[in-house]
Design a protein around this ligand. Structure first.
Ligand code: LLP
Length: 434
């Protein structure tokens, strides 16, 4: 989110009507704060624009961005379904009240247990990504199961290489260019419990250029036309997610309305050009629904200056609550919670507390002068933060507090030290007993 999207009252940063300094005091830090209205509003924007411009659609929230029971209860009433990629996400979605007939099960290597669990749960659709998966679905399904085939159309989206997913050497999908996707779909007739519903692709994440989506649309529509000539109908076209958001000044994301309008206009053109029957359109925004709804609050501890080099301000979080900096060189905007509108006069490197030199959250940022005890907010941390957090160095994963209309309430409770050792066992071997 942009700093300008948040309000400032008496110099203090406010989110969801809640004073961030007070939130830090009440719940402690590090703390993930989640603005419910912002996430719901964005999800609704996807639904509303598609209702108007392409009424045969499904919006499936990509759980991987932020999965906890509470999120599904917010999205399901809007008619937003869920994309899940593991038994754990499926379990969480079901427990959170997501109806199984609104769940799409993705993943390039679903285990046999996960496949059986999803079939037993009655998920709406599998997005199959291997021959083995198709074989296992057919083996365990008791009646024909809806399946999309994940394809790789070979589109290079402009984003970090680890979050690009359809380069030619990607582990995801069956390749369209080399003919594998067609072969696999043609051979589905041998599986009596696999009901082919269409194709899915996802070209990458944090994408700003609509052209990347346009190329994916052209390639998948052409492929559907090719299938038609073989007498195969694809009723659904899942274009995945990947819509970029604002982290830093240089980021210029489109709005959900713009991303959707552009893709829909392009899809309609491609449909008209190719003559295929309009498929149901499925989109799977993850980051763009929750990313800008979240911030992380930290307390500044040690401040250390290396003369003529830099000043570190260390916070009580780090790569355990935000591994994205280490993984993708991600960049963020930071704000001092009680001096949000005070001029930036100093340069800092905001260091994490993990025992790794690379555990730096923001390097060389301008802020007002910091002192120990200050609360610093890092913005746009609602996606791929809590969901990618770890207990590295046996730090506790921060809780998530939801805020709305000036009220706050846990969405994920704090971990305890006891939680850390709950499953630890001292191994015992026969010789130890002598
Ligand atoms: N659908 C599929 C099949 C996906 O693989 C993904 C993300 C999405 C939808 C949602 O994409 P989104 O709208 O959130 O961009 N951990 C990385 C992002 C990995 C995304 C993986 N797939 C990060 O922190 O940037």
């Amino acid at each position: 989110m942009k700093f300008g999207d948040l309000s400032v009252k008496k110099h203090r940063l406010v989110i969801g009507g809640c004073d961030t300094v007070e939130l830090a005091k009440k719940y402690g830090t590090p703390l993930y704060v989640f603005d419910v209205d912002r996430a719901v509003g964005t999800a609704k924007a996807y639904v509303d624009i598609l209702k108007r411009e392409y009424p045969d659609f499904t919006v499936c929230y990509a759980s991987k961005a932020f999965s906890c029971t509470g999120i599904y209860g917010l999205l399901a009433p809007l008619g937003v379904g869920a994309d899940v990629v593991s038994g754990g996400e499926l379990y969480t979605a079901l427990k959170g009240g997501m109806p199984p007939d609104m769940i799409y099960f993705h993943g390039n290597n679903k285990t046999e247990e996960e496949i059986v669990y999803a079939l037993d749960s009655g998920v709406e659709c599998f997005v199959a990504d291997s021959e083995r998966e198709l074989y296992l679905i057919n083996k365990h399904a008791r009646s024909p199961q809806n399946v999309l085939i994940r394809v790789n159309p070979g589109v290079e989206a402009h984003t970090h290489r680890f979050i690009q997913t359809t380069t030619i050497d990607s582990k995801f999908g069956f390749s369209i260019p080399d003919g594998t996707a067609e072969e696999v779909i043609r051979s589905l007739g041998r599986y009596e419990n696999v009901r082919f519903k269409g194709i899915a692709c996802h070209i990458g994440s944090q994408i700003f250029e609509p052209q990347s989506f346009d190329i994916a649309i052209d390639k998948t529509v052409d492929f559907i036309k090719r299938l038609n000539t073989l007498g195969i109908q694809a009723e659904r076209l899942d274009l995945g997610g990947g819509f970029g958001i604002h982290y830093i000044e240089q980021d210029k994301p489109l709005t959900p309305e713009q991303y959707m309008s552009n893709s829909v206009a392009h899809l309609k053109e491609a449909i008209a050009r190719s003559g295929i029957k309009p498929p149901r359109l499925i989109v799977e925004p993850g980051r763009s629904i929750v990313g800008e709804a979240g911030i992380t609050l930290y307390t500044v501890g040690a401040i250390k200056t290396i003369k003529n080099v830099k000043t570190y301000a260390a916070v009580d979080g780090g790569m355990f609550d935000n591994p994205r900096v280490m993984l993708y060189d991600a960049q963020y905007t930071a704000v001092v919670a009680d001096r949000a509108d005070v001029e930036n006069t100093h340069k800092y490197s905001l260091a994490g507390k993990c025992c790794e030199s690379g555990d730096i959250l923001l390097d060389g940022i301008d802020l007002p002068e910091l002192k120990s005890g200050d609360i610093v907010a890092v913005l746009s941390t609602g996606a791929y933060h809590y969901s990618m957090a770890s207990n590295y160095n046996r730090n506790l994963v921060p809780p998530v507090v939801a805020v709305k209309n000036g009220q706050s309430s846990y969405m994920v409770k704090p971990q305890t030290y006891e939680d850390l050792t709950r499953n630890d066992v001292t191994p015992v071997f026969a010789e130890d007993k002598v």
